[in-house]
Design a protein around this ligand. Structure first.
Ligand code: ADP
Length: 462
């Protein structure tokens, strides 16, 4: 497989060669169509002027005159009536000239050799140093008839230009190739870096280095998206590891308790009151495991998709009041005062999932409350949302803790919280259900003062 770099260099050089050939063909067509007739015309005028001067001045020495003309940049051939040839200026590569042409001009006609030059297809005909590639005009001097053939001495007139254009062409080609070779390396480098980074990412290494995130072009956008994706993958990998270790711990600790107490129950010398206590502890641990697996199953099904929602219209106020009634004994047991303002309100959502939300918020408000504390539950129908507020006078949290409470398995690590039973899954289930309903949950809390959770669910437009 050719690398992107080699492909790029080869295709650019290929494009340069093809463009060069096309440019040559097009400029050749331009020379043939436009410049060649013009060049022929220009040289015919010059030749005629030279001949006219010789005609009009029979007293001058023709050879000396033509020698002078050749000195200013022309190659000349003077054909006499008797067929003798005299050359002036630098020599022609091919001095031959068909007899018919000589006679044609001696008979007073003009010979357009530049225009009719046989190598028609290429502009290189312009440089052919041959007598055939010249302009022939009749010349009469001192009563004698001649044929004068003239072509510009390209070497004399354009030699420096030749070198200049030659160098220009060679340097342009060489420099272009050099720049393509080095420039392409620079262009392809970020792609190679990204490829390396992708490879190390696929091996599970997330600290990819060397990616230029500051570029403002498409590669910059790609690099930034890649780096975002890497961070997201790293977070997900961390979450996955944490999730597995949390689950393992939360399953392992009740299991080892159960194992310990069943071991004690096996002893024959066990007192009946101890036996009762151990069985109660085992039952408690089994309940803990069962509620943990229920929560995990619910989270897994919530993660899968929204289609599991069974949406229907129901009275949220009534649902919340019923829930409070069910928990009244627990509230009374802890000496907590509960107040509420829950008007009958119809809402379209999944009643079972929303009951899970309210139940989690209420049990948290009870669990993390102070003795003789209070709980206030208020529901309010606003223009576009249904807002439900759970406010307690409990242990509260600091801002660092409130930021993390919706993470799976997160539990505030204070002596007080640790003594309270929980899995750290409740609020992450709550926030997932609220999001599935298109709503949002926010928390305001002050350490040792209390906490307020506000659930806002969107109402359909009226
Ligand atoms: P848990 O099963 O531990 O209650 P949650 O996801 O419901 O799990 O809550 C996460 C953590 O947030 C809890 O461990 C607790 O520390 C804190 N928390 C939740 N609700 C409250 C509250 N009303 N007052 C104080 N802390 C709370």
């Amino acid at each position: 497989m050719k690398s992107l770099y080699v492909k790029f260099v080869l295709s650019t050089i290929g494009i340069m060669v093809i463009s060069g050939i096309l440019a040559f063909l097009l400029s050749n067509a331009y020379y043939q169509q436009k410049l060649k007739p013009y060049n022929d015309q220009k040289n015919t005028t010059i030749a005629l002027k030279i001949a006219d001067y010789a005609n009009e001045h029979p007293e001058i020495d023709l050879e000396e005159y033509l020698d002078n003309i050749s000195g200013i940049g022309y190659q000349l051939l003077l054909v006499g009536n008797s067929g003798n040839d005299t050359f002036f200026g630098s020599t022609f590569n091919d001095p031959s000239l068909p007899e018919t042409v000589r006679e044609h001009v001696l008979n007073g006609k003009i010979y357009h050799g530049i225009l009719q030059f046989p190598r028609k297809t290429f502009v290189t005909g312009f440089f052919a140093n041959e007598v055939e590639n010249s302009i022939g005009v009749p010349l009469t001097h001192d009563g004698n008839k001649y044929a004068l053939f003239l072509r510009p001495d390209i070497k004399l007139l354009f030699n420096e230009m030749h070198y200049l254009f030659g160098w220009l062409l060679v340097l342009t080609i060489l420099l272009s190739i050099l720049f393509v070779i080095f420039g392409t390396k620079y262009l392809v480098k970020p792609i190679s870096t990204l490829t390396k980074a992708t490879k190390s990412l696929s091996k599970g290494q997330f600290n990819v280095e060397g990616i230029d995130l500051n570029r403002s072009d498409e590669l910059g956008v790609l690099s930034r998206s890649f780096s975002q994706m890497t961070r997201k993958l790293e977070q997900m990998e961390d979450m996955r590891r944490e999730f597995i270790s949390n689950i393992s711990h939360d399953i392992q600790s009740p299991l080892s308790n159960i194992k310990g107490y069943t071991g004690l129950l096996e002893s024959e010398s066990i007192k009946p009151e101890d036996k009762k206590e151990y069985i109660a502890i085992i039952n408690g641990e089994i309940n803990r495991l069962s509620s943990l697996t229920k929560q995990l199953l619910l989270l897994a099904s919530l993660d899968r998709n929204e289609e599991m929602m069974k949406v229907q219209s129901f009275n949220v106020g009534k649902q919340l009041k019923e829930l409070i009634r069910n928990y009244q004994w627990k509230v009374n047991e802890r000496g907590i005062m509960i107040g509420y303002s829950l008007p009958d309100t119809e809402f379209k959502g999944d009643p079972a999932l929303l009951l899970t939300v309210w139940e989690n918020l209420l049990t948290n408000a009870i669990k993390y409350n102070k003795p003789n504390g209070s709980i206030d539950i208020t529901m309010e129908k606003k223009e576009h949302t249904l807002s439900v507020l759970f406010e307690d006078t409990g242990i509260g949290m600091n801002s660092g803790e409130t930021e993390r409470i919706f993470d799976r398995f997160y539990r505030v690590d204070t002596a007080r919280s640790r003594s309270i039973e929980g899995s750290g899954l409740g609020l992450s289930i709550v926030s997932t259900i609220v999001s599935l309903h298109g709503g949002q949950i926010t928390v305001k809390s002050k350490e040792r003062d209390g906490t307020a959770f506000i659930v806002e669910l969107p109402l359909p437009p009226v």
